[in-house]
Design a protein around this ligand. Sequence first.
Ligand code: ADP
Ligand code: NG1
Ligand code: MG
Length: 476
Amino acid sequence: NEQGQLHLIVGTNVIMSSMASENVPVIYIPEELRQTDRIQRLVKRFEDKFGDKPVFLVRVPGRVNIIGEHIDYVGYSVLPMALKQDIVMAVSVNSTGRIELTNLDQENYHDESIDPTGLEFPQPPQWYHYFQCGYRGIVDRFCNGQPPLGLNVAVHGTIPAGSGLSSSSAMVCAAAFATIIAFHQKTNMLSIPINKLEITQLCIKSERYIGTDSGGMDQAIALLAEEGSAKYIEFIPELTAVNVRLPEGVDFYVSHCGVSMNKAATAHYNTRVAETRLAAAVIAKRLNISGYRLGDQLWVVQQASAIPLSQMGDRLAEIFDQDKHSYTRTELVAILGIENDEMERTFLSRVSEPIHEFRLYQRARHAYEEAFRVQEFRRVCETTADINRLGQLMNDSHQSCRDLYECSHPKLDQLVTSALSYGAIGSRLTGAGWGGCIVSLVPSNKSQTFEAQMNKLSKFNVRSGPSGGGLIYKLF
Ligand code: ADP
Ligand code: NG1
Ligand code: MG
Protein backbone atom coordinates (compact mmCIF):
# COMPACT_ATOMS: atom_id res chain seq x y z
CA ASN A 1 0.00 0.00 0.00
CA GLU A 2 0.99 3.66 -0.19
CA GLN A 3 2.46 3.67 3.30
CA GLY A 4 4.82 0.85 2.38
CA GLN A 5 3.32 -1.48 5.00
CA LEU A 6 2.74 -5.18 4.61
CA HIS A 7 -0.58 -6.48 5.95
CA LEU A 8 -1.37 -10.18 5.93
CA ILE A 9 -5.09 -10.75 5.70
CA VAL A 10 -6.91 -13.88 6.83
CA GLY A 11 -10.65 -13.78 6.25
CA THR A 12 -11.69 -10.29 7.22
CA ASN A 13 -9.14 -9.80 9.98
CA VAL A 14 -5.84 -8.08 9.55
CA ILE A 15 -3.73 -10.32 11.71
CA MET A 16 -0.31 -8.84 11.53
CA SER A 17 1.21 -5.63 10.45
CA SER A 18 4.79 -4.83 9.72
CA MET A 19 4.51 -1.32 11.14
CA ALA A 20 6.56 -2.24 14.18
CA SER A 21 9.69 -2.91 12.18
CA GLU A 22 9.46 0.37 10.26
CA ASN A 23 11.77 3.21 11.07
CA VAL A 24 10.26 6.24 12.74
CA PRO A 25 8.88 8.28 9.84
CA VAL A 26 9.31 12.04 9.53
CA ILE A 27 6.72 13.65 7.29
CA TYR A 28 5.99 17.22 6.28
CA ILE A 29 3.13 18.60 8.30
CA PRO A 30 -0.15 18.65 6.37
CA GLU A 31 -1.28 22.22 5.81
CA GLU A 32 -4.67 21.61 7.45
CA LEU A 33 -2.95 20.50 10.66
CA ARG A 34 -0.52 23.40 10.65
CA GLN A 35 -3.43 25.82 10.29
CA THR A 36 -5.36 24.55 13.31
CA ASP A 37 -5.80 27.04 16.10
CA ARG A 38 -4.03 24.75 18.51
CA ILE A 39 -0.87 24.36 16.42
CA GLN A 40 -0.82 28.07 15.68
CA ARG A 41 -0.99 28.82 19.39
CA LEU A 42 1.73 26.30 20.15
CA VAL A 43 4.04 27.72 17.49
CA LYS A 44 3.37 31.25 18.74
CA ARG A 45 4.16 30.22 22.31
CA PHE A 46 7.40 28.68 21.06
CA GLU A 47 8.33 31.84 19.15
CA ASP A 48 7.48 34.12 22.09
CA LYS A 49 9.53 32.05 24.49
CA PHE A 50 12.54 31.18 22.36
CA GLY A 51 12.60 33.99 19.78
CA ASP A 52 12.84 31.50 16.92
CA LYS A 53 10.67 29.11 14.92
CA PRO A 54 10.24 25.46 15.91
CA VAL A 55 11.52 23.04 13.29
CA PHE A 56 9.64 19.87 14.18
CA LEU A 57 6.32 18.88 15.64
CA VAL A 58 5.92 15.67 17.57
CA ARG A 59 2.54 14.09 18.25
CA VAL A 60 1.82 11.12 20.51
CA PRO A 61 -1.73 10.00 21.39
CA GLY A 62 -3.25 8.90 24.67
CA ARG A 63 -5.06 5.58 24.77
CA VAL A 64 -8.10 3.88 26.17
CA ASN A 65 -7.64 0.33 27.31
CA ILE A 66 -10.74 -1.54 26.17
CA ILE A 67 -9.98 -4.58 28.28
CA GLY A 68 -7.01 -6.10 30.14
CA GLU A 69 -6.26 -4.08 33.27
CA HIS A 70 -3.16 -4.51 35.41
CA ILE A 71 -1.96 -7.52 33.47
CA ASP A 72 0.74 -6.07 31.21
CA TYR A 73 3.25 -6.18 34.09
CA VAL A 74 2.43 -9.80 34.85
CA GLY A 75 3.10 -10.80 31.23
CA TYR A 76 -0.37 -11.03 29.65
CA SER A 77 -1.82 -9.38 26.57
CA VAL A 78 -3.99 -6.27 26.58
CA LEU A 79 -6.39 -4.65 24.12
CA PRO A 80 -6.16 -0.85 23.93
CA MET A 81 -6.76 1.68 21.17
CA ALA A 82 -5.12 5.07 20.67
CA LEU A 83 -7.22 8.20 21.14
CA LYS A 84 -7.30 11.40 19.17
CA GLN A 85 -6.47 13.26 22.40
CA ASP A 86 -2.71 13.68 22.42
CA ILE A 87 0.45 15.46 23.50
CA VAL A 88 1.99 17.71 20.88
CA MET A 89 5.46 19.22 21.18
CA ALA A 90 7.01 21.92 18.99
CA VAL A 91 10.75 21.30 18.97
CA SER A 92 14.06 22.71 17.82
CA VAL A 93 17.65 21.96 18.69
CA ASN A 94 19.45 24.79 20.54
CA SER A 95 23.09 25.50 21.11
CA THR A 96 22.94 26.15 24.85
CA GLY A 97 23.14 22.48 25.78
CA ARG A 98 20.11 22.83 28.10
CA ILE A 99 16.58 21.51 27.84
CA GLU A 100 14.20 24.46 27.80
CA LEU A 101 10.56 23.53 28.33
CA THR A 102 7.43 25.59 28.14
CA ASN A 103 3.80 24.47 28.26
CA LEU A 104 0.69 26.10 26.80
CA ASP A 105 -1.08 25.22 30.03
CA GLN A 106 0.80 27.69 32.23
CA GLU A 107 -1.63 27.26 35.08
CA ASN A 108 -0.60 23.65 35.71
CA TYR A 109 2.85 23.36 34.16
CA HIS A 110 5.45 26.07 34.78
CA ASP A 111 8.43 26.66 32.46
CA GLU A 112 11.55 24.69 33.24
CA SER A 113 15.22 24.93 32.26
CA ILE A 114 17.08 21.66 32.78
CA ASP A 115 20.75 20.79 32.85
CA PRO A 116 20.77 17.43 31.06
CA THR A 117 24.07 16.32 32.53
CA GLY A 118 22.60 15.49 35.93
CA LEU A 119 19.01 14.42 35.47
CA GLU A 120 17.25 13.61 38.72
CA PHE A 121 13.87 12.09 39.48
CA PRO A 122 12.94 13.15 43.02
CA GLN A 123 9.51 12.56 44.53
CA PRO A 124 6.89 13.85 44.04
CA PRO A 125 7.17 13.77 40.25
CA GLN A 126 6.83 17.04 38.35
CA TRP A 127 5.59 17.33 34.79
CA TYR A 128 9.04 17.88 33.29
CA HIS A 129 10.30 14.63 34.87
CA TYR A 130 8.21 12.77 32.27
CA PHE A 131 10.13 14.66 29.60
CA GLN A 132 13.37 13.69 31.31
CA CYS A 133 12.35 10.01 31.15
CA GLY A 134 12.10 10.00 27.36
CA TYR A 135 15.17 12.19 26.97
CA ARG A 136 17.31 10.01 29.19
CA GLY A 137 16.15 6.82 27.47
CA ILE A 138 17.42 8.09 24.13
CA VAL A 139 20.59 9.69 25.43
CA ASP A 140 21.62 6.59 27.40
CA ARG A 141 21.08 4.42 24.35
CA PHE A 142 22.67 6.61 21.68
CA CYS A 143 24.76 9.36 23.22
CA ASN A 144 28.01 7.56 24.04
CA GLY A 145 29.68 10.41 25.85
CA GLN A 146 28.77 13.09 23.29
CA PRO A 147 28.12 16.61 24.67
CA PRO A 148 24.60 17.14 26.07
CA LEU A 149 21.87 17.82 23.56
CA GLY A 150 20.11 21.13 23.98
CA LEU A 151 16.45 21.35 23.03
CA ASN A 152 13.79 24.06 22.95
CA VAL A 153 10.36 22.53 23.44
CA ALA A 154 6.81 23.87 23.72
CA VAL A 155 4.21 21.36 24.92
CA HIS A 156 0.45 21.10 24.66
CA GLY A 157 -1.74 18.22 25.76
CA THR A 158 -5.44 17.40 25.36
CA ILE A 159 -5.39 14.11 27.31
CA PRO A 160 -6.86 14.69 30.78
CA ALA A 161 -3.93 14.04 33.12
CA GLY A 162 -4.00 11.41 35.86
CA SER A 163 -7.13 9.90 34.34
CA GLY A 164 -6.17 6.47 33.06
CA LEU A 165 -5.75 7.64 29.46
CA SER A 166 -1.99 7.56 29.61
CA SER A 167 -1.01 11.18 29.36
CA SER A 168 2.22 10.18 31.13
CA SER A 169 3.36 7.80 28.41
CA ALA A 170 2.35 10.26 25.69
CA MET A 171 4.70 12.74 27.42
CA VAL A 172 7.51 10.19 27.70
CA CYS A 173 7.20 8.95 24.11
CA ALA A 174 6.91 12.49 22.71
CA ALA A 175 10.04 13.46 24.66
CA ALA A 176 11.86 10.46 23.21
CA PHE A 177 10.84 11.53 19.70
CA ALA A 178 11.92 15.12 20.40
CA THR A 179 15.31 13.89 21.57
CA ILE A 180 15.74 11.59 18.59
CA ILE A 181 15.35 14.62 16.39
CA ALA A 182 18.36 16.21 18.02
CA PHE A 183 20.49 13.24 17.03
CA HIS A 184 19.44 13.30 13.45
CA GLN A 185 18.96 16.98 12.75
CA LYS A 186 21.74 17.02 10.22
CA THR A 187 20.44 14.12 8.17
CA ASN A 188 17.80 14.38 5.50
CA MET A 189 15.18 13.27 8.03
CA LEU A 190 12.82 11.29 5.84
CA SER A 191 12.91 8.71 8.53
CA ILE A 192 14.87 8.16 11.69
CA PRO A 193 17.05 5.05 11.56
CA ILE A 194 15.50 3.52 14.68
CA ASN A 195 12.63 1.13 14.29
CA LYS A 196 9.36 1.69 16.08
CA LEU A 197 9.67 -1.47 18.11
CA GLU A 198 13.08 -0.49 19.41
CA ILE A 199 11.95 2.95 20.46
CA THR A 200 8.81 1.49 22.05
CA GLN A 201 10.91 -0.86 24.16
CA LEU A 202 13.16 1.98 25.09
CA CYS A 203 10.20 4.17 26.17
CA ILE A 204 8.74 1.32 28.24
CA LYS A 205 11.99 1.11 30.20
CA SER A 206 12.50 4.83 30.50
CA GLU A 207 9.09 5.65 31.97
CA ARG A 208 10.18 3.57 34.97
CA TYR A 209 12.59 6.38 35.94
CA ILE A 210 9.51 8.18 37.23
CA GLY A 211 9.15 5.49 39.90
CA THR A 212 6.29 3.28 38.69
CA ASP A 213 7.10 -0.32 37.74
CA SER A 214 4.85 -0.11 34.74
CA GLY A 215 4.16 -2.72 32.08
CA GLY A 216 4.43 -1.75 28.43
CA MET A 217 0.87 -1.28 27.24
CA ASP A 218 0.80 2.49 27.12
CA GLN A 219 4.00 3.11 25.23
CA ALA A 220 3.24 0.24 22.83
CA ILE A 221 -0.15 1.55 21.80
CA ALA A 222 1.06 5.17 21.75
CA LEU A 223 3.74 4.35 19.21
CA LEU A 224 2.45 1.29 17.34
CA ALA A 225 -1.25 2.19 16.92
CA GLU A 226 -2.76 2.29 13.46
CA GLU A 227 -5.78 4.36 12.56
CA GLY A 228 -8.97 2.29 12.50
CA SER A 229 -7.82 -0.65 14.62
CA ALA A 230 -7.48 -1.51 18.26
CA LYS A 231 -4.36 -3.54 19.06
CA TYR A 232 -3.91 -6.85 20.81
CA ILE A 233 -0.55 -6.28 22.44
CA GLU A 234 1.54 -9.24 23.57
CA PHE A 235 4.64 -9.01 25.75
CA ILE A 236 5.65 -12.67 25.94
CA PRO A 237 7.65 -14.11 24.25
CA GLU A 238 8.24 -10.66 22.75
CA LEU A 239 6.48 -7.38 22.16
CA THR A 240 4.01 -7.62 19.26
CA ALA A 241 1.01 -5.52 18.33
CA VAL A 242 -1.69 -7.12 16.20
CA ASN A 243 -4.68 -5.28 14.76
CA VAL A 244 -8.12 -6.13 16.11
CA ARG A 245 -11.10 -4.78 14.24
CA LEU A 246 -13.83 -3.67 16.62
CA PRO A 247 -17.41 -4.68 15.81
CA GLU A 248 -19.73 -2.56 13.66
CA GLY A 249 -22.82 -0.94 15.08
CA VAL A 250 -21.33 0.03 18.44
CA ASP A 251 -19.50 3.04 19.80
CA PHE A 252 -16.92 3.32 22.54
CA TYR A 253 -17.28 6.22 24.95
CA VAL A 254 -14.69 7.44 27.43
CA SER A 255 -16.08 9.38 30.40
CA HIS A 256 -14.31 10.97 33.33
CA CYS A 257 -15.56 10.33 36.87
CA GLY A 258 -14.35 13.68 38.19
CA VAL A 259 -11.53 12.38 40.40
CA SER A 260 -7.98 12.12 39.11
CA MET A 261 -5.03 10.13 40.43
CA ASN A 262 -1.34 10.91 40.09
CA LYS A 263 0.04 7.37 39.91
CA ALA A 264 3.73 8.06 40.40
CA ALA A 265 3.04 10.17 43.50
CA THR A 266 1.32 7.31 45.36
CA ALA A 267 2.22 3.75 46.33
CA HIS A 268 -0.93 2.11 44.86
CA TYR A 269 0.53 0.97 41.57
CA ASN A 270 3.81 -0.48 42.78
CA THR A 271 2.01 -2.16 45.68
CA ARG A 272 -0.08 -4.09 43.15
CA VAL A 273 3.02 -4.99 41.15
CA ALA A 274 4.66 -6.33 44.33
CA GLU A 275 1.55 -8.30 45.31
CA THR A 276 1.37 -10.02 41.92
CA ARG A 277 5.04 -11.02 42.13
CA LEU A 278 4.57 -12.33 45.67
CA ALA A 279 1.50 -14.26 44.52
CA ALA A 280 3.65 -15.87 41.80
CA ALA A 281 6.23 -16.81 44.44
CA VAL A 282 3.62 -18.50 46.65
CA ILE A 283 2.13 -20.37 43.66
CA ALA A 284 5.61 -21.53 42.62
CA LYS A 285 6.30 -22.77 46.13
CA ARG A 286 2.99 -24.56 46.57
CA LEU A 287 3.11 -26.18 43.11
CA ASN A 288 6.79 -26.91 43.49
CA ILE A 289 7.60 -25.28 40.17
CA SER A 290 11.12 -25.83 38.99
CA GLY A 291 12.83 -23.10 37.02
CA TYR A 292 10.95 -20.33 38.87
CA ARG A 293 13.22 -17.50 39.95
CA LEU A 294 12.29 -15.25 42.85
CA GLY A 295 10.54 -12.16 41.47
CA ASP A 296 9.19 -13.82 38.30
CA GLN A 297 5.83 -12.69 36.94
CA LEU A 298 2.53 -14.57 37.16
CA TRP A 299 2.70 -15.83 33.56
CA VAL A 300 5.86 -17.78 34.37
CA VAL A 301 4.22 -19.97 36.99
CA GLN A 302 1.08 -20.50 34.91
CA GLN A 303 3.10 -21.59 31.92
CA ALA A 304 5.34 -23.86 33.98
CA SER A 305 2.37 -25.42 35.78
CA ALA A 306 0.71 -26.25 32.42
CA ILE A 307 -2.65 -25.25 33.93
CA PRO A 308 -4.73 -23.63 31.15
CA LEU A 309 -5.34 -19.92 31.68
CA SER A 310 -9.09 -20.54 31.69
CA GLN A 311 -8.75 -22.77 34.78
CA MET A 312 -6.09 -20.85 36.61
CA GLY A 313 -8.50 -18.64 38.58
CA ASP A 314 -10.37 -21.63 40.03
CA ARG A 315 -7.19 -23.55 40.76
CA LEU A 316 -5.97 -20.67 42.93
CA ALA A 317 -8.61 -21.59 45.47
CA GLU A 318 -6.68 -24.80 46.17
CA ILE A 319 -3.27 -23.14 46.09
CA PHE A 320 -3.98 -20.34 48.57
CA ASP A 321 -5.31 -20.94 52.07
CA GLN A 322 -9.03 -20.34 51.76
CA ASP A 323 -9.50 -19.18 55.32
CA LYS A 324 -6.97 -16.41 54.83
CA HIS A 325 -8.10 -13.10 53.40
CA SER A 326 -4.56 -11.73 53.46
CA TYR A 327 -0.99 -12.54 54.50
CA THR A 328 1.38 -10.65 56.74
CA ARG A 329 4.99 -10.05 55.86
CA THR A 330 6.12 -12.47 58.55
CA GLU A 331 3.85 -15.20 57.16
CA LEU A 332 5.15 -14.68 53.63
CA VAL A 333 8.78 -14.83 54.65
CA ALA A 334 8.02 -18.13 56.37
CA ILE A 335 6.04 -19.59 53.44
CA LEU A 336 8.69 -18.64 50.90
CA GLY A 337 11.60 -19.64 53.13
CA ILE A 338 13.50 -16.41 52.51
CA GLU A 339 15.16 -13.81 54.72
CA ASN A 340 13.53 -10.46 55.41
CA ASP A 341 16.08 -8.51 53.42
CA GLU A 342 15.65 -10.76 50.39
CA MET A 343 11.91 -10.11 50.58
CA GLU A 344 12.65 -6.39 50.76
CA ARG A 345 15.16 -6.40 47.90
CA THR A 346 13.23 -8.63 45.51
CA PHE A 347 9.67 -7.54 46.04
CA LEU A 348 9.34 -4.34 48.03
CA SER A 349 12.21 -1.99 47.22
CA ARG A 350 10.09 0.10 44.83
CA VAL A 351 7.07 0.37 47.15
CA SER A 352 7.19 3.69 48.98
CA GLU A 353 4.76 2.83 51.80
CA PRO A 354 4.60 -0.22 54.08
CA ILE A 355 2.09 -2.87 53.02
CA HIS A 356 0.24 -4.17 56.07
CA GLU A 357 -1.68 -6.99 54.47
CA PHE A 358 -0.91 -8.75 51.23
CA ARG A 359 -4.01 -9.87 49.30
CA LEU A 360 -2.30 -12.32 47.02
CA TYR A 361 -5.14 -14.68 46.12
CA GLN A 362 -7.38 -11.78 45.07
CA ARG A 363 -4.69 -10.08 42.93
CA ALA A 364 -3.68 -13.29 41.19
CA ARG A 365 -7.28 -14.30 40.57
CA HIS A 366 -8.00 -10.95 38.95
CA ALA A 367 -4.89 -11.15 36.79
CA TYR A 368 -5.47 -14.67 35.42
CA GLU A 369 -9.19 -14.16 34.82
CA GLU A 370 -8.65 -10.75 33.25
CA ALA A 371 -6.00 -12.21 30.97
CA PHE A 372 -8.50 -14.85 29.85
CA ARG A 373 -11.17 -12.18 29.27
CA VAL A 374 -8.82 -10.35 26.91
CA GLN A 375 -8.32 -13.50 24.85
CA GLU A 376 -12.09 -14.04 24.79
CA PHE A 377 -12.73 -10.44 23.79
CA ARG A 378 -10.37 -10.73 20.87
CA ARG A 379 -11.81 -14.10 19.81
CA VAL A 380 -15.36 -12.70 19.85
CA CYS A 381 -14.29 -9.63 17.84
CA GLU A 382 -12.76 -11.92 15.24
CA THR A 383 -15.58 -14.49 15.09
CA THR A 384 -19.17 -13.84 16.13
CA ALA A 385 -18.78 -10.14 17.00
CA ASP A 386 -21.48 -10.78 19.62
CA ILE A 387 -21.68 -7.40 21.29
CA ASN A 388 -23.59 -8.68 24.31
CA ARG A 389 -20.76 -11.09 25.07
CA LEU A 390 -18.24 -8.25 24.70
CA GLY A 391 -20.31 -6.12 27.06
CA GLN A 392 -20.43 -8.94 29.58
CA LEU A 393 -16.65 -9.32 29.50
CA MET A 394 -16.23 -5.59 30.14
CA ASN A 395 -18.69 -5.70 33.05
CA ASP A 396 -16.92 -8.72 34.56
CA SER A 397 -13.63 -6.88 34.18
CA HIS A 398 -14.93 -3.88 36.09
CA GLN A 399 -16.27 -6.01 38.94
CA SER A 400 -12.95 -7.81 39.19
CA CYS A 401 -11.01 -4.52 39.25
CA ARG A 402 -13.36 -3.25 41.95
CA ASP A 403 -13.59 -6.33 44.19
CA LEU A 404 -10.43 -8.39 43.64
CA TYR A 405 -7.88 -5.85 42.51
CA GLU A 406 -9.36 -2.95 44.51
CA CYS A 407 -8.28 -0.32 42.00
CA SER A 408 -11.66 1.33 41.48
CA HIS A 409 -13.15 4.39 43.16
CA PRO A 410 -16.75 5.00 44.31
CA LYS A 411 -17.08 7.70 41.62
CA LEU A 412 -15.96 5.23 38.94
CA ASP A 413 -18.43 2.62 40.20
CA GLN A 414 -21.25 5.19 40.16
CA LEU A 415 -20.41 6.28 36.64
CA VAL A 416 -20.31 2.67 35.41
CA THR A 417 -23.78 2.10 36.93
CA SER A 418 -25.08 5.26 35.24
CA ALA A 419 -23.53 4.30 31.90
CA LEU A 420 -25.26 0.91 32.01
CA SER A 421 -28.57 2.56 32.89
CA TYR A 422 -28.23 4.94 29.90
CA GLY A 423 -27.86 2.18 27.33
CA ALA A 424 -24.26 0.90 27.54
CA ILE A 425 -24.04 -2.89 27.29
CA GLY A 426 -20.62 -2.95 28.90
CA SER A 427 -18.77 -0.44 31.03
CA ARG A 428 -15.59 -0.55 33.05
CA LEU A 429 -12.83 1.56 34.52
CA THR A 430 -9.91 2.01 32.16
CA GLY A 431 -6.21 2.42 32.88
CA ALA A 432 -4.74 2.02 36.32
CA GLY A 433 -7.89 3.25 38.11
CA TRP A 434 -8.31 4.72 41.62
CA GLY A 435 -10.01 7.55 39.72
CA GLY A 436 -10.00 8.73 36.12
CA CYS A 437 -12.11 7.38 33.29
CA ILE A 438 -14.46 4.59 32.33
CA VAL A 439 -14.94 3.09 28.86
CA SER A 440 -18.43 2.06 27.74
CA LEU A 441 -19.65 -0.04 24.83
CA VAL A 442 -22.82 1.52 23.44
CA PRO A 443 -25.00 0.30 20.55
CA SER A 444 -24.88 3.07 17.93
CA ASN A 445 -28.65 3.49 17.94
CA LYS A 446 -28.45 4.46 21.62
CA SER A 447 -25.40 6.70 21.31
CA GLN A 448 -27.25 9.98 21.08
CA THR A 449 -29.22 9.54 24.29
CA PHE A 450 -26.24 7.97 26.02
CA GLU A 451 -24.05 10.91 25.15
CA ALA A 452 -26.64 13.49 26.19
CA GLN A 453 -27.21 11.82 29.57
CA MET A 454 -23.54 11.21 30.29
CA ASN A 455 -22.69 14.82 29.41
CA LYS A 456 -24.71 15.81 32.45
CA LEU A 457 -22.53 13.63 34.71
CA SER A 458 -19.10 13.92 33.19
CA LYS A 459 -17.05 16.93 32.10
CA PHE A 460 -14.99 14.81 29.72
CA ASN A 461 -17.26 12.47 27.77
CA VAL A 462 -16.05 11.58 24.27
CA ARG A 463 -16.84 9.01 21.63
CA SER A 464 -13.57 7.48 20.52
CA GLY A 465 -12.54 5.53 17.48
CA PRO A 466 -9.05 4.05 17.08
CA SER A 467 -6.54 6.74 16.22
CA GLY A 468 -3.02 6.47 14.77
CA GLY A 469 0.26 6.25 16.72
CA GLY A 470 3.05 8.75 17.37
CA LEU A 471 4.49 10.82 14.53
CA ILE A 472 7.22 13.35 13.84
CA TYR A 473 6.39 16.19 11.44
CA LYS A 474 8.82 18.56 9.80
CA LEU A 475 7.30 22.00 10.25
CA PHE A 476 9.00 24.32 7.81
P1 ADP B 1 -2.19 9.13 33.27
O1 ADP B 1 -1.03 8.55 32.55
O2 ADP B 1 -3.24 8.14 33.60
O3 ADP B 1 -2.76 10.35 32.61
P2 ADP B 1 -0.26 9.58 35.37
O4 ADP B 1 -0.48 9.85 36.81
O5 ADP B 1 0.47 8.35 35.00
O6 ADP B 1 -1.69 9.63 34.69
O7 ADP B 1 0.53 10.80 34.71
C1 ADP B 1 0.02 12.13 34.76
C2 ADP B 1 1.16 13.12 34.77
O8 ADP B 1 1.68 13.31 33.42
C3 ADP B 1 0.74 14.51 35.20
O9 ADP B 1 0.69 14.61 36.61
C4 ADP B 1 1.80 15.39 34.56
O10 ADP B 1 2.96 15.42 35.35
C5 ADP B 1 2.10 14.66 33.26
N1 ADP B 1 1.31 15.29 32.17
C6 ADP B 1 0.14 14.86 31.66
N2 ADP B 1 -0.33 15.71 30.70
C7 ADP B 1 0.56 16.71 30.61
C8 ADP B 1 0.65 17.92 29.83
N3 ADP B 1 -0.30 18.26 28.95
N4 ADP B 1 1.72 18.71 30.01
C9 ADP B 1 2.66 18.38 30.91
N5 ADP B 1 2.65 17.28 31.67
C10 ADP B 1 1.61 16.44 31.55
P1 NG1 C 1 -2.15 4.58 33.42
O1 NG1 C 1 -3.57 4.45 33.14
O2 NG1 C 1 -1.40 5.40 32.47
O3 NG1 C 1 -1.85 4.97 34.78
C1 NG1 C 1 -1.00 2.18 33.99
C2 NG1 C 1 0.27 1.58 33.39
C3 NG1 C 1 0.01 0.48 32.39
C4 NG1 C 1 -0.98 -0.54 32.92
C5 NG1 C 1 -2.22 0.18 33.46
C6 NG1 C 1 -3.21 -0.76 34.12
C7 NG1 C 1 2.12 3.14 33.24
C8 NG1 C 1 2.96 3.94 32.35
N1 NG1 C 1 1.06 2.58 32.71
O4 NG1 C 1 -1.61 3.05 33.13
O5 NG1 C 1 1.23 -0.15 32.05
O6 NG1 C 1 -0.41 -1.36 33.90
O7 NG1 C 1 -1.89 1.17 34.42
O8 NG1 C 1 -3.68 -1.70 33.21
O9 NG1 C 1 2.42 3.00 34.42
MG1 MG D 1 0.31 7.04 33.29
